[in-house]
Write a protein of this length. Sequence first.
Length: 122
Amino acid sequence: MAYAYDDQNIFAKILRGEIPNTTVLETDHSLAFRDLHPQAPVHVLVIPKGPYVCYDHFAQMASDAEILDYTRAIGRVCAMEGVAGDGFRMIANAGANGVQEVPHLHVHILAGRPLGRMLQRA
Ligand code: DGP
């Protein structure tokens, strides 16, 4: 599977500083910021700085340093946002069936209210 990265996607523009964001955490290889349209009291997006379309692309192609940094960044955001006590959900949408809107890998961290069942029938 070849992954074609579009560097005009909105998160690439955020990474280049062309669009503002509300940053929660920045590390060497990752950026976490608040979702523009939050669906829960806590709704943070965590993205790698590298040009990866989706999670499987990242998991196959990223360096060990990027994967370590990204995984630790997600852990740090969870701790900073205090999501562990009442629980939370992480979502990484991919492609058309996954209804991925922005083609740059992002994990959603959602918390702060009961989130319902994982999936609904379309
Ligand atoms: P997804 O469907 O998984 O690709 O979700 C994309 C998310 O990105 C969606 O929850 C809204 C968010 N989003 C879209 N544009 C912007 C933006 O310009 N800034 C921020 N902070 N979030 C955005």
